[in-house]
Design a protein around this ligand. Structure first.
Ligand SMILES: [Zn+2]
Length: 209
């Protein structure tokens, strides 16, 4: 029987199961009760307290993918495939958390899986964006970027006071507020009651007798 070449399948993950077996980086003994949410863990054999992230992980598991034609394909996850996925997708903070990895994989809109004739997964990754889609996305991105840039530019230039009626009125309002505030402070601190009150009345155009 001729050995069938490896295949690549694109589809939606319908089920996934990952087992992450942690091992001590010192004595290499496997750990049964490593708390993935805790920052440290004491090795169950050599008793060394170490960072959870420093424990080595060996992955295994199962993956069921529904191809675009609706056919379901069941595969076996290998340690190398999951390790590579964790590294490529920058999931090192969830590297020990099999449940988190399962949730990340099942939440993916599409997954590209390369597997051997024996059904062993060699590689899994989100599919590379097709050229047409990539162009559309990058063009949209550029347009959005340009729009944002121009908007922020406009906003920046608007922040500079214009010498028009509205601008002057705004500027005057701001200055008035500052002066009133200063007067209040002066009143409180230095008790220049009369002077400040008169000045405030003048500014606020309150007729004072
Ligand atoms: Zn150990």
């Amino acid at each position: 029987m001729a050995v069938k070449a490896k295949e690549t399948l694109r589809g939606l993950v319908s089920a996934v199961s990952i087992i992450a077996k942690p091992r001590c980086p010192r004595c290499h003994s496997s750990q049964d009760n490593l708390g993935v949410k805790l920052s440290t863990h004491r090795c169950e054999r050599c008793s060394m307290l170490q960072r959870t992230a420093s424990y080595l992980v060996t992955y295994s598991g199962k993956l069921i993918v529904v191809a675009r034609d609706g056919e379901e394909c069941s595969m076996v996850l290998t340690n190398s495939a999951v390790s590579e996925f964790v590294r490529d997708q920058v999931l090192l903070t969830s590297a020990h958390d099999a449940q988190a990895l399962e949730e990340i994989i099942i939440a993916m809109p599409e997954l590209e899986v390369t597997f051997s004739s024996e059904g062993l997964v060699e590689r899994l990754a989100p599919p590379a964006v097709a050229e047409g889609e990539a162009t559309v996305h990058s063009v949209q991105g550029n347009v959005l970027g340009a729009e944002e840039a121009s908007t922020s530019y406009v906003r920046d230039s608007e922040a500079v006071p214009h010498v028009d009626d509205e601008g002057l009125a705004e500027l005057f309002d701001v200055n008035l507020c500052c002066v009133v505030l200063c007067c209040v402070v002066l009143c409180c601190v230095f008790q220049f009651w009369h002077l400040c009150l008169l000045f405030m009345c003048f500014l606020l155009k309150i007729p004072c007798n």
